[in-house]
Ligand binder design. Sequence first.
Ligand code: ADP
Length: 511
Amino acid sequence: MTQALRILVIDDNPGDRALIIRQLQRQLADLQAQEIRDNSELLSAVAADQFDLVITDYQLHWSNGLEVLRTIKQHYPTCPVIMFTNTGSEEIAVEAMKSGLDDYVLKQPNSYIRLPATVRVVLERAEIQHRAALLEIRLQSLLNQLKVGVFRSNSGGDLLECNRSFLDLLRVDSLTQAQAILQPLLQESYLQLISLPPPQHQEREIQVRRADGTLIWTLLSTTLSMIENETVVDGLIEDIIARKQAEIERTQLNETLEQRVRERTIQLEQANSQLADTNQKLADANQDLEEFAYSISHDLREPLRAISGFSSILLTNPGEQFDAKRQDYLRRIVDSTQQADRLIEDLLSYSRLSRTDIPLQPINLSLLVPEILRQLEPELQQRQARVRIEEPLAEVMGNRTILTQVITNLVTNAIKFVPPEVKPQVRVWSEQQEKLIRLWVEDNGIGIAKEYHEQIFKVFNRLHSNEVYPGTGIGLAIVRKGVERMGGQVGVESELEKGSRFWIELPKTTD
Ligand code: ADP
Protein backbone atom coordinates (compact mmCIF):
# COMPACT_ATOMS: atom_id res chain seq x y z
CA MET A 1 0.00 0.00 0.00
CA THR A 2 1.39 3.41 -0.96
CA GLN A 3 1.70 6.02 1.77
CA ALA A 4 -0.58 9.10 1.78
CA LEU A 5 0.91 12.22 0.24
CA ARG A 6 1.71 14.65 3.09
CA ILE A 7 1.67 18.35 2.23
CA LEU A 8 2.37 21.47 4.31
CA VAL A 9 0.12 24.35 3.15
CA ILE A 10 1.56 27.70 4.29
CA ASP A 11 -0.70 30.69 3.75
CA ASP A 12 -2.06 33.48 6.03
CA ASN A 13 -5.42 33.40 4.34
CA PRO A 14 -7.63 30.58 5.71
CA GLY A 15 -9.85 30.78 2.61
CA ASP A 16 -6.88 30.34 0.29
CA ARG A 17 -5.61 27.43 2.39
CA ALA A 18 -9.01 25.74 2.23
CA LEU A 19 -9.23 26.31 -1.50
CA ILE A 20 -5.76 24.88 -2.09
CA ILE A 21 -6.53 21.79 0.00
CA ARG A 22 -9.86 21.24 -1.65
CA GLN A 23 -8.37 21.42 -5.15
CA LEU A 24 -5.60 19.03 -4.25
CA GLN A 25 -7.94 16.56 -2.57
CA ARG A 26 -10.09 16.55 -5.68
CA GLN A 27 -7.35 15.22 -7.89
CA LEU A 28 -4.84 13.60 -5.60
CA ALA A 29 -6.11 10.53 -3.81
CA ASP A 30 -4.98 9.88 -0.25
CA LEU A 31 -3.79 13.34 0.67
CA GLN A 32 -2.90 14.57 4.13
CA ALA A 33 -2.69 18.35 4.31
CA GLN A 34 -1.29 20.23 7.31
CA GLU A 35 -2.07 23.94 7.54
CA ILE A 36 0.73 26.22 8.83
CA ARG A 37 -0.36 29.53 10.24
CA ASP A 38 2.73 30.91 11.97
CA ASN A 39 6.42 30.39 12.53
CA SER A 40 6.03 28.13 15.54
CA GLU A 41 3.77 25.78 13.60
CA LEU A 42 6.35 25.74 10.78
CA LEU A 43 9.22 24.97 13.15
CA SER A 44 7.36 22.16 14.89
CA ALA A 45 6.37 20.69 11.50
CA VAL A 46 10.00 20.87 10.35
CA ALA A 47 11.09 19.19 13.58
CA ALA A 48 8.44 16.46 13.20
CA ASP A 49 9.58 15.70 9.64
CA GLN A 50 6.27 14.30 8.47
CA PHE A 51 5.71 15.91 5.09
CA ASP A 52 6.66 15.19 1.47
CA LEU A 53 6.04 18.55 -0.18
CA VAL A 54 5.52 22.22 0.77
CA ILE A 55 3.21 24.81 -0.87
CA THR A 56 3.87 28.31 0.41
CA ASP A 57 2.59 31.84 -0.25
CA TYR A 58 5.21 34.55 -0.61
CA GLN A 59 3.74 37.24 1.66
CA LEU A 60 3.20 36.06 5.21
CA HIS A 61 2.60 38.27 8.23
CA TRP A 62 5.23 36.30 10.20
CA SER A 63 7.80 35.69 7.41
CA ASN A 64 7.98 35.42 3.62
CA GLY A 65 8.08 32.58 1.07
CA LEU A 66 11.86 32.91 0.48
CA GLU A 67 12.59 32.45 4.19
CA VAL A 68 10.26 29.48 4.38
CA LEU A 69 11.99 27.97 1.31
CA ARG A 70 15.44 28.39 2.88
CA THR A 71 14.33 26.86 6.18
CA ILE A 72 12.87 23.82 4.45
CA LYS A 73 15.83 23.28 2.05
CA GLN A 74 18.30 23.76 4.89
CA HIS A 75 16.82 20.78 6.69
CA TYR A 76 15.54 18.74 3.74
CA PRO A 77 17.43 19.68 0.55
CA THR A 78 15.48 17.22 -1.59
CA CYS A 79 12.00 18.10 -0.31
CA PRO A 80 10.07 19.83 -3.15
CA VAL A 81 8.75 23.40 -2.48
CA ILE A 82 6.17 25.19 -4.67
CA MET A 83 5.57 28.92 -4.30
CA PHE A 84 1.88 29.82 -4.89
CA THR A 85 1.47 33.58 -4.65
CA ASN A 86 0.03 36.73 -6.18
CA THR A 87 2.36 39.12 -4.43
CA GLY A 88 5.69 38.05 -5.77
CA SER A 89 7.69 39.58 -8.59
CA GLU A 90 9.93 38.28 -11.30
CA GLU A 91 13.03 39.08 -9.22
CA ILE A 92 11.59 37.13 -6.29
CA ALA A 93 10.84 34.20 -8.57
CA VAL A 94 14.40 34.19 -9.93
CA GLU A 95 15.83 34.51 -6.43
CA ALA A 96 13.65 31.65 -5.21
CA MET A 97 14.61 29.37 -8.10
CA LYS A 98 18.28 30.02 -7.28
CA SER A 99 17.61 28.93 -3.70
CA GLY A 100 16.21 25.61 -4.93
CA LEU A 101 12.51 26.38 -5.47
CA ASP A 102 10.91 23.61 -7.47
CA ASP A 103 8.08 25.59 -9.09
CA TYR A 104 6.47 29.02 -9.02
CA VAL A 105 2.71 29.41 -9.66
CA LEU A 106 0.90 32.74 -9.80
CA LYS A 107 -2.13 32.74 -7.54
CA GLN A 108 -5.09 33.59 -9.75
CA PRO A 109 -8.66 32.37 -9.60
CA ASN A 110 -8.13 29.87 -12.45
CA SER A 111 -4.72 28.66 -11.34
CA TYR A 112 -6.06 26.66 -8.35
CA ILE A 113 -7.15 24.00 -10.78
CA ARG A 114 -3.60 23.66 -12.14
CA LEU A 115 -2.08 23.19 -8.72
CA PRO A 116 -2.54 19.37 -8.48
CA ALA A 117 -0.85 18.89 -11.89
CA THR A 118 2.07 21.08 -10.76
CA VAL A 119 2.36 19.04 -7.57
CA ARG A 120 2.50 15.83 -9.60
CA VAL A 121 5.20 17.13 -11.95
CA VAL A 122 7.29 18.44 -9.06
CA LEU A 123 6.99 15.15 -7.18
CA GLU A 124 7.96 13.13 -10.24
CA ARG A 125 10.94 15.38 -10.83
CA ALA A 126 11.98 14.99 -7.19
CA GLU A 127 11.64 11.22 -7.51
CA ILE A 128 13.83 11.20 -10.63
CA GLN A 129 16.41 13.36 -8.90
CA HIS A 130 16.32 11.06 -5.90
CA ARG A 131 16.92 8.00 -8.05
CA ALA A 132 19.69 9.75 -9.95
CA ALA A 133 21.34 10.66 -6.66
CA LEU A 134 21.13 7.02 -5.53
CA LEU A 135 22.59 5.85 -8.82
CA GLU A 136 25.38 8.37 -8.50
CA ILE A 137 26.21 7.05 -5.03
CA ARG A 138 26.17 3.45 -6.24
CA LEU A 139 28.33 4.28 -9.22
CA GLN A 140 30.81 6.13 -7.07
CA SER A 141 31.04 3.25 -4.63
CA LEU A 142 31.54 0.79 -7.50
CA LEU A 143 34.27 2.96 -8.96
CA ASN A 144 35.94 3.09 -5.59
CA GLN A 145 35.81 -0.67 -5.23
CA LEU A 146 37.37 -1.19 -8.67
CA LYS A 147 41.00 -2.23 -8.60
CA VAL A 148 41.51 -0.13 -11.72
CA GLY A 149 42.14 3.62 -11.62
CA VAL A 150 39.34 5.58 -13.34
CA PHE A 151 39.74 9.25 -14.23
CA ARG A 152 38.55 12.07 -16.41
CA SER A 153 40.76 14.94 -17.56
CA ASN A 154 40.34 17.95 -19.83
CA SER A 155 42.20 19.17 -22.90
CA GLY A 156 44.79 20.91 -20.72
CA GLY A 157 45.63 17.69 -18.92
CA ASP A 158 43.84 18.82 -15.73
CA LEU A 159 42.21 16.04 -13.74
CA LEU A 160 38.46 16.56 -13.31
CA GLU A 161 37.59 13.48 -11.28
CA CYS A 162 38.91 10.05 -10.32
CA ASN A 163 38.18 7.05 -8.11
CA ARG A 164 39.97 5.82 -5.00
CA SER A 165 42.07 3.21 -6.80
CA PHE A 166 43.47 5.90 -9.06
CA LEU A 167 44.83 7.78 -6.02
CA ASP A 168 46.02 4.52 -4.40
CA LEU A 169 47.88 3.49 -7.56
CA LEU A 170 49.80 6.79 -7.56
CA ARG A 171 50.16 6.67 -3.76
CA VAL A 172 48.58 10.13 -3.31
CA ASP A 173 45.62 11.43 -1.27
CA SER A 174 44.12 14.07 -3.53
CA LEU A 175 43.30 14.96 -7.10
CA THR A 176 45.77 17.88 -6.91
CA GLN A 177 48.66 15.60 -5.94
CA ALA A 178 47.72 13.19 -8.71
CA GLN A 179 47.53 16.13 -11.11
CA ALA A 180 51.13 17.10 -10.26
CA ILE A 181 52.31 13.64 -11.29
CA LEU A 182 50.24 13.00 -14.40
CA GLN A 183 49.52 16.41 -15.96
CA PRO A 184 52.16 16.19 -18.76
CA LEU A 185 51.13 12.61 -19.57
CA LEU A 186 47.42 13.48 -19.66
CA GLN A 187 47.97 16.47 -21.90
CA GLU A 188 50.08 14.35 -24.25
CA SER A 189 47.31 11.71 -24.28
CA TYR A 190 44.76 14.36 -25.26
CA LEU A 191 46.95 15.61 -28.13
CA GLN A 192 47.49 12.07 -29.40
CA LEU A 193 43.78 11.20 -29.18
CA ILE A 194 42.56 14.22 -31.16
CA SER A 195 44.88 13.24 -34.00
CA LEU A 196 43.30 9.75 -34.18
CA PRO A 197 40.33 8.79 -36.37
CA PRO A 198 37.14 7.69 -34.53
CA PRO A 199 36.83 5.85 -32.24
CA GLN A 200 39.47 7.99 -30.64
CA HIS A 201 40.82 5.34 -28.34
CA GLN A 202 44.33 4.40 -27.30
CA GLU A 203 46.06 1.79 -25.12
CA ARG A 204 49.66 2.17 -24.04
CA GLU A 205 51.96 0.41 -21.63
CA ILE A 206 53.88 3.11 -19.81
CA GLN A 207 56.03 3.49 -16.75
CA VAL A 208 54.81 5.96 -14.11
CA ARG A 209 56.81 7.34 -11.22
CA ARG A 210 54.60 7.46 -8.12
CA ALA A 211 54.55 10.02 -5.34
CA ASP A 212 56.93 7.91 -3.25
CA GLY A 213 59.45 7.75 -6.12
CA THR A 214 58.81 4.12 -7.09
CA LEU A 215 58.45 3.28 -10.77
CA ILE A 216 55.61 1.01 -11.95
CA TRP A 217 54.45 -0.44 -15.25
CA THR A 218 50.86 0.56 -16.09
CA LEU A 219 48.40 0.04 -18.91
CA LEU A 220 46.83 3.39 -19.80
CA SER A 221 43.58 3.19 -21.81
CA THR A 222 42.15 6.53 -22.92
CA THR A 223 39.13 7.58 -24.99
CA LEU A 224 38.05 11.01 -26.16
CA SER A 225 34.43 11.89 -25.19
CA MET A 226 32.16 14.95 -25.43
CA ILE A 227 30.60 15.88 -22.07
CA GLU A 228 28.36 18.98 -22.03
CA ASN A 229 30.07 20.47 -25.07
CA GLU A 230 33.52 19.94 -23.62
CA THR A 231 36.00 17.44 -25.02
CA VAL A 232 37.39 15.32 -22.22
CA VAL A 233 39.63 12.29 -21.86
CA ASP A 234 38.07 9.34 -20.03
CA GLY A 235 40.70 6.93 -18.89
CA LEU A 236 41.60 3.76 -17.05
CA ILE A 237 44.98 3.12 -15.53
CA GLU A 238 45.92 -0.37 -14.44
CA ASP A 239 48.87 -1.75 -12.54
CA ILE A 240 50.50 -4.42 -14.76
CA ILE A 241 53.57 -5.12 -12.63
CA ALA A 242 52.65 -8.81 -12.21
CA ARG A 243 52.11 -9.28 -15.93
CA LYS A 244 55.33 -7.45 -16.84
CA GLN A 245 57.24 -9.49 -14.29
CA ALA A 246 55.84 -12.71 -15.79
CA GLU A 247 56.80 -11.49 -19.27
CA ILE A 248 60.35 -10.73 -18.15
CA GLU A 249 60.62 -14.14 -16.46
CA ARG A 250 59.29 -15.85 -19.58
CA THR A 251 61.82 -14.06 -21.79
CA GLN A 252 64.62 -14.97 -19.38
CA LEU A 253 63.44 -18.59 -19.32
CA ASN A 254 63.37 -18.71 -23.12
CA GLU A 255 66.86 -17.27 -23.27
CA THR A 256 68.09 -19.84 -20.73
CA LEU A 257 66.43 -22.62 -22.70
CA GLU A 258 67.94 -21.44 -25.96
CA GLN A 259 71.34 -21.21 -24.28
CA ARG A 260 70.95 -24.76 -22.95
CA VAL A 261 69.91 -26.04 -26.38
CA ARG A 262 72.97 -24.35 -27.90
CA GLU A 263 75.26 -25.93 -25.29
CA ARG A 264 73.66 -29.35 -25.80
CA THR A 265 74.06 -29.05 -29.57
CA ILE A 266 77.76 -28.25 -29.17
CA GLN A 267 78.17 -31.22 -26.79
CA LEU A 268 76.36 -33.49 -29.25
CA GLU A 269 78.51 -32.28 -32.13
CA GLN A 270 81.63 -32.97 -30.09
CA ALA A 271 80.35 -36.42 -29.14
CA ASN A 272 79.55 -37.09 -32.81
CA SER A 273 82.97 -36.12 -34.00
CA GLN A 274 84.53 -38.27 -31.26
CA LEU A 275 82.34 -41.14 -32.42
CA ALA A 276 83.42 -40.58 -36.03
CA ASP A 277 87.07 -40.61 -34.85
CA THR A 278 86.52 -43.84 -32.95
CA ASN A 279 84.79 -45.40 -35.96
CA GLN A 280 87.66 -44.40 -38.20
CA LYS A 281 90.15 -45.89 -35.73
CA LEU A 282 88.10 -49.10 -35.58
CA ALA A 283 87.96 -49.29 -39.36
CA ASP A 284 91.74 -48.74 -39.52
CA ALA A 285 92.28 -51.42 -36.84
CA ASN A 286 90.01 -53.84 -38.77
CA GLN A 287 91.89 -53.21 -41.94
CA ASP A 288 95.20 -53.81 -40.15
CA LEU A 289 93.82 -57.04 -38.71
CA GLU A 290 92.58 -58.25 -42.07
CA GLU A 291 95.86 -57.44 -43.72
CA PHE A 292 97.66 -59.28 -40.94
CA ALA A 293 95.40 -62.37 -41.32
CA TYR A 294 95.90 -62.24 -45.07
CA SER A 295 99.66 -62.17 -44.89
CA ILE A 296 99.77 -64.85 -42.16
CA SER A 297 97.55 -67.10 -44.30
CA HIS A 298 99.87 -66.62 -47.23
CA ASP A 299 102.91 -67.42 -45.13
CA LEU A 300 101.25 -70.52 -43.64
CA ARG A 301 100.59 -72.05 -47.05
CA GLU A 302 104.33 -72.34 -47.81
CA PRO A 303 105.26 -74.81 -44.98
CA LEU A 304 101.95 -76.65 -45.49
CA ARG A 305 102.72 -77.17 -49.15
CA ALA A 306 106.21 -78.36 -48.21
CA ILE A 307 104.86 -80.91 -45.70
CA SER A 308 102.27 -82.13 -48.17
CA GLY A 309 104.82 -82.32 -51.00
CA PHE A 310 107.44 -84.21 -49.02
CA SER A 311 104.85 -86.62 -47.62
CA SER A 312 103.58 -87.37 -51.14
CA ILE A 313 107.13 -88.02 -52.31
CA LEU A 314 107.63 -90.46 -49.45
CA LEU A 315 104.34 -92.21 -50.30
CA THR A 316 104.93 -92.50 -54.02
CA ASN A 317 108.72 -92.97 -54.17
CA PRO A 318 109.30 -96.65 -54.94
CA GLY A 319 112.72 -96.47 -53.22
CA GLU A 320 111.02 -95.83 -49.90
CA GLN A 321 109.32 -98.86 -48.41
CA PHE A 322 107.04 -98.28 -45.42
CA ASP A 323 104.89 -100.73 -43.63
CA ALA A 324 101.10 -100.33 -43.87
CA LYS A 325 100.83 -98.40 -40.60
CA ARG A 326 103.41 -95.79 -41.62
CA GLN A 327 101.83 -95.48 -45.03
CA ASP A 328 98.51 -94.74 -43.31
CA TYR A 329 100.17 -92.05 -41.18
CA LEU A 330 101.72 -90.47 -44.23
CA ARG A 331 98.37 -90.49 -46.06
CA ARG A 332 96.74 -88.82 -43.09
CA ILE A 333 99.46 -86.16 -43.05
CA VAL A 334 98.83 -85.50 -46.74
CA ASP A 335 95.02 -85.32 -46.19
CA SER A 336 95.37 -82.99 -43.20
CA THR A 337 97.70 -80.63 -44.97
CA GLN A 338 95.39 -80.53 -47.99
CA GLN A 339 92.43 -79.81 -45.71
CA ALA A 340 94.45 -77.09 -43.95
CA ASP A 341 95.33 -75.61 -47.33
CA ARG A 342 91.67 -75.55 -48.41
CA LEU A 343 90.78 -73.92 -45.14
CA ILE A 344 93.37 -71.21 -45.59
CA GLU A 345 92.30 -70.63 -49.16
CA ASP A 346 88.67 -70.29 -48.13
CA LEU A 347 89.63 -67.92 -45.32
CA LEU A 348 91.62 -65.85 -47.77
CA SER A 349 88.60 -65.65 -50.09
CA TYR A 350 86.39 -64.68 -47.19
CA SER A 351 88.72 -61.95 -45.91
CA ARG A 352 89.25 -60.66 -49.45
CA LEU A 353 85.53 -59.82 -49.49
CA SER A 354 85.96 -57.14 -46.85
CA ARG A 355 89.23 -55.75 -48.14
CA THR A 356 88.51 -53.85 -51.29
CA ASP A 357 85.82 -51.74 -52.83
CA ILE A 358 83.52 -53.87 -54.90
CA PRO A 359 82.65 -52.44 -58.32
CA LEU A 360 79.21 -53.53 -59.56
CA GLN A 361 78.15 -54.05 -63.18
CA PRO A 362 75.18 -55.61 -64.99
CA ILE A 363 75.59 -59.36 -65.20
CA ASN A 364 73.45 -61.62 -67.32
CA LEU A 365 72.83 -64.78 -65.26
CA SER A 366 71.77 -66.69 -68.36
CA LEU A 367 75.41 -66.41 -69.48
CA LEU A 368 77.17 -66.64 -66.12
CA VAL A 369 75.44 -69.73 -64.66
CA PRO A 370 76.16 -72.06 -67.65
CA GLU A 371 79.77 -70.87 -67.59
CA ILE A 372 80.06 -71.82 -63.90
CA LEU A 373 78.52 -75.21 -64.62
CA ARG A 374 81.14 -75.80 -67.32
CA GLN A 375 83.85 -75.12 -64.74
CA LEU A 376 82.18 -77.61 -62.38
CA GLU A 377 81.76 -80.25 -65.06
CA PRO A 378 84.30 -82.75 -63.50
CA GLU A 379 82.53 -82.69 -60.09
CA LEU A 380 79.11 -82.94 -61.72
CA GLN A 381 80.12 -85.91 -63.73
CA GLN A 382 81.77 -87.59 -60.78
CA ARG A 383 78.51 -87.32 -58.76
CA GLN A 384 76.37 -88.06 -61.83
CA ALA A 385 74.54 -84.86 -61.08
CA ARG A 386 71.98 -83.17 -63.31
CA VAL A 387 71.54 -79.42 -63.24
CA ARG A 388 68.47 -77.90 -64.91
CA ILE A 389 68.46 -74.17 -65.66
CA GLU A 390 65.00 -72.66 -66.15
CA GLU A 391 65.66 -70.08 -68.83
CA PRO A 392 65.64 -67.22 -69.11
CA LEU A 393 67.60 -66.10 -66.07
CA ALA A 394 67.51 -62.41 -65.24
CA GLU A 395 70.13 -59.69 -65.32
CA VAL A 396 71.46 -58.38 -62.01
CA MET A 397 73.85 -55.72 -60.73
CA GLY A 398 76.80 -57.56 -59.23
CA ASN A 399 80.51 -58.25 -59.18
CA ARG A 400 81.45 -60.98 -61.60
CA THR A 401 84.22 -62.59 -59.51
CA ILE A 402 82.21 -62.63 -56.29
CA LEU A 403 79.00 -63.78 -57.95
CA THR A 404 80.88 -66.61 -59.64
CA GLN A 405 82.18 -67.74 -56.28
CA VAL A 406 78.74 -67.44 -54.63
CA ILE A 407 76.94 -69.51 -57.27
CA THR A 408 79.80 -72.03 -57.36
CA ASN A 409 79.52 -72.54 -53.59
CA LEU A 410 75.72 -73.02 -53.78
CA VAL A 411 75.88 -75.52 -56.65
CA THR A 412 78.79 -77.39 -55.03
CA ASN A 413 76.80 -77.74 -51.79
CA ALA A 414 73.69 -78.78 -53.76
CA ILE A 415 75.52 -81.76 -55.21
CA LYS A 416 77.56 -82.46 -52.07
CA PHE A 417 74.86 -82.72 -49.38
CA VAL A 418 73.00 -85.54 -51.09
CA PRO A 419 72.88 -89.14 -49.77
CA PRO A 420 75.52 -91.28 -51.60
CA GLU A 421 72.93 -93.55 -53.20
CA VAL A 422 70.94 -90.61 -54.65
CA LYS A 423 71.86 -88.89 -57.93
CA PRO A 424 71.88 -85.13 -57.32
CA GLN A 425 69.22 -83.13 -59.17
CA VAL A 426 69.64 -79.40 -59.12
CA ARG A 427 67.23 -76.78 -60.42
CA VAL A 428 68.26 -73.13 -60.98
CA TRP A 429 65.78 -70.32 -61.80
CA SER A 430 65.28 -66.61 -61.22
CA GLU A 431 62.33 -64.55 -60.08
CA GLN A 432 61.56 -60.88 -60.74
CA GLN A 433 60.70 -58.86 -57.64
CA GLU A 434 59.93 -55.16 -57.33
CA LYS A 435 63.50 -53.88 -57.18
CA LEU A 436 65.41 -57.14 -56.81
CA ILE A 437 66.08 -60.39 -58.63
CA ARG A 438 65.93 -63.62 -56.65
CA LEU A 439 68.03 -66.55 -57.88
CA TRP A 440 67.08 -69.99 -56.56
CA VAL A 441 69.26 -73.13 -56.31
CA GLU A 442 67.20 -76.18 -55.37
CA ASP A 443 68.50 -79.67 -54.61
CA ASN A 444 67.17 -83.10 -53.71
CA GLY A 445 69.63 -83.51 -50.86
CA ILE A 446 69.55 -84.23 -47.15
CA GLY A 447 67.83 -80.97 -46.22
CA ILE A 448 68.44 -78.78 -43.17
CA ALA A 449 66.41 -78.67 -39.94
CA LYS A 450 64.72 -75.29 -39.40
CA GLU A 451 66.72 -74.37 -36.29
CA TYR A 452 69.97 -74.32 -38.35
CA HIS A 453 68.74 -72.12 -41.21
CA GLU A 454 70.41 -69.03 -39.75
CA GLN A 455 73.45 -70.68 -38.22
CA ILE A 456 74.82 -72.33 -41.38
CA PHE A 457 75.64 -68.93 -42.89
CA LYS A 458 78.18 -68.24 -40.13
CA VAL A 459 81.88 -69.05 -40.47
CA PHE A 460 82.87 -72.64 -39.42
CA ASN A 461 79.29 -73.71 -38.74
CA ARG A 462 78.97 -77.23 -40.11
CA LEU A 463 76.28 -79.74 -39.37
CA HIS A 464 78.33 -82.80 -40.32
CA SER A 465 81.72 -84.29 -39.66
CA ASN A 466 84.46 -84.01 -42.24
CA GLU A 467 84.37 -87.75 -42.80
CA VAL A 468 80.72 -87.81 -43.86
CA TYR A 469 80.62 -84.56 -45.87
CA PRO A 470 84.03 -82.89 -46.26
CA GLY A 471 84.24 -79.12 -46.14
CA THR A 472 85.61 -76.11 -44.30
CA GLY A 473 82.40 -74.47 -43.04
CA ILE A 474 83.20 -71.22 -44.84
CA GLY A 475 81.33 -71.70 -48.14
CA LEU A 476 77.97 -70.26 -47.06
CA ALA A 477 79.66 -67.50 -45.02
CA ILE A 478 81.30 -66.43 -48.28
CA VAL A 479 77.88 -66.60 -50.00
CA ARG A 480 76.29 -64.31 -47.41
CA LYS A 481 79.12 -61.81 -47.12
CA GLY A 482 79.59 -61.69 -50.91
CA VAL A 483 75.88 -61.07 -51.57
CA GLU A 484 75.62 -58.47 -48.82
CA ARG A 485 78.58 -56.59 -50.23
CA MET A 486 76.76 -56.49 -53.56
CA GLY A 487 73.73 -54.95 -51.77
CA GLY A 488 71.64 -58.11 -51.53
CA GLN A 489 70.42 -60.79 -49.12
CA VAL A 490 70.47 -64.56 -48.80
CA GLY A 491 68.19 -67.22 -47.32
CA VAL A 492 67.15 -70.84 -47.38
CA GLU A 493 63.94 -72.85 -47.36
CA SER A 494 64.47 -76.42 -46.27
CA GLU A 495 63.32 -79.36 -44.18
CA LEU A 496 65.33 -82.35 -43.08
CA GLU A 497 65.42 -85.07 -45.79
CA LYS A 498 63.33 -83.02 -48.18
CA GLY A 499 65.98 -81.15 -50.12
CA SER A 500 66.90 -77.43 -49.84
CA ARG A 501 66.20 -74.26 -51.79
CA PHE A 502 68.83 -71.58 -51.31
CA TRP A 503 68.14 -68.10 -52.66
CA ILE A 504 70.14 -64.96 -53.20
CA GLU A 505 68.62 -61.55 -53.94
CA LEU A 506 70.50 -58.89 -55.91
CA PRO A 507 69.56 -55.46 -57.27
CA LYS A 508 68.03 -55.29 -60.75
CA THR A 509 69.94 -53.60 -63.52
CA THR A 510 68.76 -50.10 -64.30
CA ASP A 511 67.95 -49.84 -67.98
P1 ADP B 1 80.84 -76.63 -46.01
O1 ADP B 1 80.07 -76.88 -47.25
O2 ADP B 1 82.27 -76.39 -46.24
O3 ADP B 1 80.54 -77.57 -44.92
P2 ADP B 1 79.17 -74.35 -45.91
O4 ADP B 1 79.37 -73.06 -45.21
O5 ADP B 1 79.06 -74.31 -47.37
O6 ADP B 1 80.34 -75.25 -45.44
O7 ADP B 1 77.92 -75.01 -45.32
C1 ADP B 1 77.73 -75.05 -43.93
C2 ADP B 1 76.87 -76.22 -43.57
O8 ADP B 1 75.55 -76.03 -44.04
C3 ADP B 1 77.28 -77.50 -44.20
O9 ADP B 1 78.28 -78.16 -43.45
C4 ADP B 1 75.99 -78.31 -44.24
O10 ADP B 1 75.78 -78.96 -43.00
C5 ADP B 1 74.94 -77.27 -44.45
N1 ADP B 1 74.58 -77.17 -45.86
C6 ADP B 1 75.05 -76.30 -46.78
N2 ADP B 1 74.45 -76.46 -47.96
C7 ADP B 1 73.59 -77.48 -47.81
C8 ADP B 1 72.66 -78.16 -48.68
N3 ADP B 1 72.52 -77.81 -49.97
N4 ADP B 1 71.93 -79.15 -48.18
C9 ADP B 1 72.07 -79.51 -46.90
N5 ADP B 1 72.91 -78.93 -46.02
C10 ADP B 1 73.67 -77.91 -46.48
